[in-house]
Design a protein around this ligand. Structure first.
Ligand code: PLP
Length: 422
């Protein structure tokens, strides 16, 4: 094997949930014949109406004179002009903004956007000072765990818990008594709605975070992979918030286009320029085929419409099915708590005082043919030891209703046995 640099070593590890996915794929492969209920999927469901939209946009592109320009040529690093135009028109109209083409960058998926930001604004400055990437509310997206060339730059904050014991329900809140944004902060990052928890930070919480960042000129990146207007996977009222120091980051992956890798950053020109240079050095630009079909779906209004009428109701209904199954099957005397389902495509369960680790619970569920994701990889950057990180699991809202119900019956059996006094 060739010798690796510090970066090479850092980037050649699988971090977070990717490491678990490897185990899950091996389990599914080895278990030929055994049927598993897979509640671990991160891939969105292919919804027929949404697939049809992308087929129609593709047919339109194929039939147009534009086709050669789109796929047979390099383009601008900033993105394909008709997509930039479509997004700007839509956002300016929808939210009363004055964004210009200087405020936007198209990237190959939003994951790459966080990688650019993590290494442009986080890590060591020329004079050797560490600029932290602050995650104000842990748990959050596991993919943030691998974005920095300097993992020590990631700094996540433990939340406070709002618990409704009788309803077996809870919600994480940022702990403003602990959260620090200072001159040592490179940038702030959180997902809203949140993967894995389904949490939606309130407008007030978002403004408080931005208020803390503003005096230090610290950018706040809002990962809007599940937010309105596309894919609009919010089940509670929420409006995107735009402020000077804020970068609004979209993804079309949950709007049916994960394979085409489209991320979109909207923000201050000075920040966009830096991200764009990073992107030019790395990969020149995102695939133009995906951008050209996205331009059509956004300009026609079809994507926003399907997001509200097809994508959102699909997952919102799955969440209701899951919540109902939990209520019917889970033991009432066990301290299990479902995070409030305010959005995204996952549910998050916490077992207070769980007698085993989340990994052990994951293994025991596998014995019953049920695959979930243990919760501990969703606390990237949390530096203190906190038992709660080993008491949670993530359940994907992508399985069939009957499978969800059956899986929860198995979960109830495992958990009942675990909490039984010996
Ligand atoms: N952010 C969040 C919160 C996600 O859940 C995901 C994917 O699951 C991403 C970002 C990355 O998405 P993509 O790179 O496909 O845009």
């Amino acid at each position: 094997n060739p010798a690796l640099t510090q970066f090479g070593d850092q980037m050649s590890h699988l971090t977070g949930v990717r490491a678990i996915m490897k185990d899950i794929i091996e389990t599914l492969r080895a278990g030929q014949g055994q049927s598993f209920i897979n509640l671990s999927a991160g891939n969105p469901v292919i919804l027929p109406e949404v697939e049809q939209l992308w087929r129609d946009c593709t047919a339109d592109l194929l039939a147009s004179a534009e086709y050669g320009e789109v796929v047979c040529r390099y383009g601008s690093s900033q993105g394909y002009e008709p997509l930039i135009e479509a997004v700007l028109v839509d956002f300016n109209q929808r939210y009363g903004l004055n964004l210009t083409e200087r405020n936007i960058l198209i990237t190959p998926g939003s994951q790459s956007l966080y990688f650019f930001a993590a290494n442009a604004f986080g890590g060591y400055t020329a004079d050797g000072q560490l600029r932290e990437i602050v995650l104000p509310l842990s748990p959050d997206y596991t993919g943030y765990g691998g974005v920095s060339l300097y993992p020590e730059a990631l700094r996540a904050y433990k939340p406070t818990l709002d618990i409704d014991v009788a309803a077996h329900s809870f919600k994480y809140r940022p702990d403003f008594s602990q959260l620090e944004i200072t001159d040592r902060t490179g940038f702030v990052l959180f997902s809203r709605p949140c993967n894995p928890t389904g949490n939606v930070l309130t407008n007030d919480e978002v403004h408080r975070i931005a208020d803390l960042a503003a005096p230090h000129n610290v950018p706040v990146f809002v990962d809007s992979a599940y937010a309105p207007p596309y894919p609009a996977l919010n089940f509670t009222e929420m409006t995107p918030i735009f402020r000077d120091n804020m970068v609004h980051c979209l993804s079309l992956s949950k709007a049916g286009l994960p394979g085409e890798r489209i991320g979109i950053a909207l923000g201050d020109e000075s920040i966009i320029q830096i991200l764009q240079s990073f992107q030019t050095n790395l990969c020149i630009h995102s695939s133009r085929y995906g951008q050209a079909i996205a331009a059509r779906a956004i300009a026609s209004g079809a994507l926003a419409h399907l997001s509200e009428t097809v994508i959102r109701p699909y997952y919102q209904n799955k969440f209701a099915v899951l919540a109902d199954s939990l209520d019917r099957h889970m033991p009432g005397d066990v301290p299990w708590y479902l995070h409030r389902g305010e959005g995204a495509i996952f549910a998050w369960l916490w077992f207070d005082q769980l007698p085993v680790t989340d990994r052990e619970l994951y293994q025991q569920l596998k014995q019953y043919g049920v695959i979930v994701v243990p919760g501990d990889p969703f606390f990237p950057g949390l530096q203190e030891d906190w038992s709660h990180t080993r008491q949670c699991i993530r359940i994907s809202l992508t399985a069939a209703d009957g499978e969800i119900d059956q899986a929860i019956q198995h979960l109830a059996s495992v958990v009942t046995a675990l909490y039984q006094p010996s």
